[in-house]
Design a protein around this ligand. Structure first.
Ligand SMILES: [Ca+2]
Ligand SMILES: [Ca+2]
Length: 123
């Protein structure tokens, strides 16, 4: 008898039965909606991060490519590679024969020059 009196004092017991499911449904919907917002925001944030990293990376690579491509024709030839190797103090690598070999190693389409796509692969 004492236990049921205690239960009767709980507010949930005093609510009419018809009103109980409505707050539960609303609570569930709000919870789901919040979860959806959080996950959606997280997904967008990750997208943004990977995109900005990609942009920064290709921008950096573009700047690096411009350092090599002195005459701005969109290709790195052996003379340009040699110039950069000299500037870096890599005298052995700066020998024209070695520069030619390096270009051959990364020259995928066989035109004897490194274009931006081949340069990105090289890096
Ligand atoms: Ca060039
Ligand atoms: Ca090429």
């Amino acid at each position: 008898m004492a236990a049921s009196t205690y239960l009767n004092r709980l507010p949930i017991k005093k609510l009419p039965i018809t009103t109980v499911p409505v707050p539960l449904v609303i609570h569930g919907l709000v919870g789901f909606f919040l979860l959806y917002i959080i996950f959606d925001w997280g997904r967008k944030f990750l997208n943004f991060l990977s995109q900005s990293q990609k942009t920064t990376k290709s921008k950096d690579l573009g700047e690096a490519f411009d350092v090599f491509d002195e005459n701005r024709d969109g290709f790195i030839d052996e003379m340009e590679l040699q110039r950069v190797m000299c500037a870096l103090g890599l005298t052995e690598a700066a020998e024209l024969e070695n520069c030619r070999k390096m270009i051959l190693a990364f020259d995928q389409n066989g035109d004897g020059k490194i274009d931006f796509g081949e340069f990105v692969e090289m890096i």
